[in-house]
Design a protein around this ligand. Structure first.
Ligand code: ADP
Ligand code: ZN
Ligand code: ZN
Length: 736
């Protein structure tokens, strides 16, 4: 309902979570600060938005400007550095600002419904605070909990007075800290000497004690009264990690001084942890990539553990890299950022070699355990038993006899990747995707019962009963082809009837808590042979694990993706690192048809640096990242032709002079050394009846690419609205 502007009208420019470029102007009845949230009408909906400007005059004629419905004041305005981070991410990844900002907030803070209705009780923050206050009420004779000394209505910013970290408890209750070895001490000293922004690459083999270095650095920063952000790829799978950080850092930060954030939390839990971090009550924020966007008033250090891990990259919506944004944020805040890994990304390694990052090395394992011996089993000229080499089986048998555990790593879940008809050649294709449906065969729940058979598409989720006969020729003898973890588990059961065998993959761990239960059984020695996908590669050290067998690694060696070898090397080093931490010399066997490949040769020498040197040389001569910068435009449509046509138009826009748009795009593409490749179909073209194609853009200059993308994306919005194609742009894509 528009009213004429009066001298007292306050205009606000608001970011909304809508897929439209630009910001939206409203009028507000009361003074509003930048960073405050409002509930505003948008079309027929109401949405929570964030005020990013308070312009003197609106972008539209005043009578067309609607009023906000409500100004939310349950939180202080989002801080300036947070707004700046969001603005940078929006610009860098070419997304509307609102689509960056709003999803970065905990759910309840961006839902109008959370503030409306009889039971809103002042909104989610007020409700949470009221509940905390009730809990803190001194009940008969009980002392107040320490929480009640915090101010609940402020971020704990300097203006409001820093929340002092509770004093360190007496040594008697402080958790034990191991004595640092020389390399760790050198790393800790080097970190202590840093005064402002500096990216540090902490390269340490698995088990070298990187965690201890993070902890010492964090302790120091906490003692200075500042906050620490610790990013990890995955928390759900490794509860011990959370325990270690809590135990050690709460000794300084106080009880409740460590907040944990990850996608597995319920909305309310996430809001609670977020608020504690934002208000400065939590001094440590431990979390997965989404934590990167948490405002931290006293940020003093960022740590990114396993910095090479692909899970730092979000694959939908804002396709950001939390590691890369962590570096930007550290620079903006003038604080050090530590990237840790046994197998750094080639980007980070390259920066460390060139001196842009400080390189700190932990060359030895912290505990006296020998590194595992890695051996290659040449599969070219030997008989495999259900895909398993005789030496591998012998090693498992031997460890069984010695009472040690084995791990067989196969990165392919399901029973068999495809079901096949011998008579006519039929294969179990998905009707909705250009991919095969995977045979899944659960073991029987009760002895004597039949296990469930099913075909599942891993791309679209489609599920189907296994046909009783070939749909093409009627042959009733359909055969599984190849093997996945379920089939491997079954074979191993036949080969080692006395052994206790278990499997950890996405299927066996679907129920909440089941992954933890399986890991706990493995730690407790209740499993002799563990079959697992990459899920087992992360984070867990198995004390009694003496042998690791790796199957089907070659599949990644010759992948179409230029980053596949880098990922394979990291994965294999990581899997190998699960073993032999307890003292018995562990062995790792890798089955391969290409033992002479430089990747495998570097692996058996545990030679990351050698691998990286070779891989970087290849990247350089091919003009690939980190020697070039890329962006990937993906188009989706009912028909591949439509998607490709859209991409061809998009390319024309950039390359040919366009009389219609005088925005100088063509010139830009030329001048700034932008290469646009031909549009190509994705390897799996059709998923859920949508066909996809992509176009790669490359440049040897990041600013040039950024400048080009800015202009190009603006033009693409116009192009897309004219066609029925969905598109998205990914900057610094991980997979091509
Ligand atoms: P990384 O993270 O580098 O793989 P961890 O931090 O997990 O290695 O350390 C491996 C093991 O060594 C852990 O059990 C840890 O407690 C232990 N550890 C680390 N530093 C020391 C040290 N200085 N002295 C004794 N044990 C240590
Ligand atoms: Zn057939
Ligand atoms: Zn499918």
């Amino acid at each position: 309902m528009a009213e004429p502007a009066s001298p007292a009208t306050i205009w606000v420019r608001v970011a909304l979570d809508v897929p439209l470029a630009g910001l939206f102007d409203y009028r507000a009845g009361v003074p509003v600060a930048v960073g405050q949230r409002v509930i505003a009408p948008f079309g027929r909906r109401e949405m929570v938005g964030i005020v990013v400007e308070t312009p003197d005059v609106p972008a539209l004629a005043p009578e067309q400007v609607k009023s906000v419905i409500r100004v939310l004041d349950d939180l202080p305005p989002l801080p300036a550095d947070w707004l700046k981070l969001a603005a940078f991410a929006a610009d860098y990844y070419q997304r509307p600002l609102g689509e960056v900002m709003l999803p970065a907030l905990p759910g309840p803070l961006r839902k109008p419904a959370a503030y409306q209705g009889k039971r809103a009780a002042g909104g989610p923050v007020a409700r949470l605070d009221a509940r905390a206050a009730r809990k803190a009420q001194p009940r008969k004779g009980k002392k107040k909990t320490p929480e009640s000394e915090y101010t609940l209505s402020s971020y704990g910013s300097e203006a409001e007075g820093i929340v002092p970290p509770p004093s360190t408890p007496p040594d008697a209750v402080a958790p034990a800290r191991p004595r640092l070895n020389a390399a760790q001490q050198a790393a800790v000293d080097a970190l202590a000497a840093l005064t402002g922004f500096k990216p540090v690459l902490l390269h340490g083999v698995t088990g070298s004690g990187k965690t201890e270095v993070y902890l010492r650095a964090a302790e120091r920063v906490l003692q200075q009264g500042r906050q620490v952000m610790l990013l990890v790829p995955e928390i759900n799978l490794t509860p011990q990690l959370e325990q270690v950080f809590r135990r050690r850092l709460e000794a300084i930060a106080g009880p409740g001084g460590v907040a944990v954030l990850h996608s597995g939390l319920a909305d309310g839990e996430r809001l609670e942890a977020w608020l504690r971090a934002v208000r400065g009550q939590a001094r440590v924020l431990l979390g997965t990539r989404l934590s990167l966007f948490t405002p931290l008033p006293d940020l003093g250090l960022i740590v990114v553990d396993e910095e090479h891990d692909p899970s730092y990259k979000q694959q939908e919506g804002l396709r950001y890299s939390a590691r890369d944004l962590a570096i930007w944020r550290a620079r903006d805040r003038g604080v050090p950022v530590v990237l840790g890994s046994a197998t750094p990304s080639l980007e980070s390694w390259h920066h460390a070699q060139s001196g842009r990052y400080l390189l700190l090395d932990l060359p030895q394992r912290a505990l006296a355990a020998e590194p595992p011996r890695i051996r290659l089993l040449d599969t070219r000229n030997q008989p495999l038993k259900q895909g398993l080499a005789p030496q591998l089986l012998k090693a498992v048998a031997q460890r069984l006899e010695q009472g040690e555990q084995s791990l067989i790593f196969l990165n392919r879940r399901g029973y068999a990747p495809v079901l096949h008809c011998d008579a006519c050649g039929w294969l179990s294709g998905c009707i909705r995707c250009s991919a095969y449906m995977v045979l899944h065969r659960e073991p029987p729940r009760a002895p004597g019962a039949l296990g469930r058979h099913e075909l599942r598409c891993h791309h679209c989720g489609w599920q189907h009963r296994v046909p009783a006969a070939c749909p093409d020729c009627g042959n009733q003898d359909l055969q599984p082809m190849g093997r996945g973890t379920q089939r491997l588990e079954e074979h191993l059961g036949e080969l080692f009837p006395g052994a206790r065998i278990a499997r950890i993959d996405a299927d066996s761990t679907r129920r909440k808590g089941s992954a933890q239960a399986l890991f706990a059984r493995m730690h407790a020695g209740e499993i002799d042979i563990l079959v697992g996908t990459q899920m087992v590669a992360k984070g867990h050290d198995f004390q009694n694990l003496g042998f690791v067998g790796v199957l089907n690694a070659d599949a990644m060696l010759f992948s179409h993706d230029f980053r596949a070898p880098e990922r394979l090397f990291a994965q294999l080093m990581q899997v190998a690192g699960r073993a032999g931490r307890a003292g018995t010399p562990a062995e790792v066997y890798i089955q391969t048809g290409y033992p002479e490949q430089p990747l495998y040769q570097a692996l058996i020498r545990h030679d990351y640096a050698g691998f990286a040197r070779h891989a970087l040389k290849e990247r350089q001569s091919a003009g690939l990242p980190p020697f070039a910068y890329q962006a990937l435009l993906t188009a989706e449509a009912r028909e591949l032709a439509q998607a490709q046509e859209f991409l061809a138009h998009a390319r024309d826009l950039a390359e040919r002079p366009h009389p219609a748009d005088g925005n100088g795009l063509s010139q830009l593409a030329e001048v700034s050394r932008i290469t646009l490749y031909d549009p190509v179909p994705l390897r799996v073209v059709r998923v859920a009846n949508v066909e996809r194609a992509q176009l790669l853009v490359e440049s040897d200059s990041r600013p040039a690419l950024q400048g080009f993308l800015r202009a190009w994306v603006a033009a693409l919005h116009g192009l897309a609205s004219a066609s029925r194609v969905r598109w998205h742009l990914e900057v610094d894509p991980l997979e091509i």
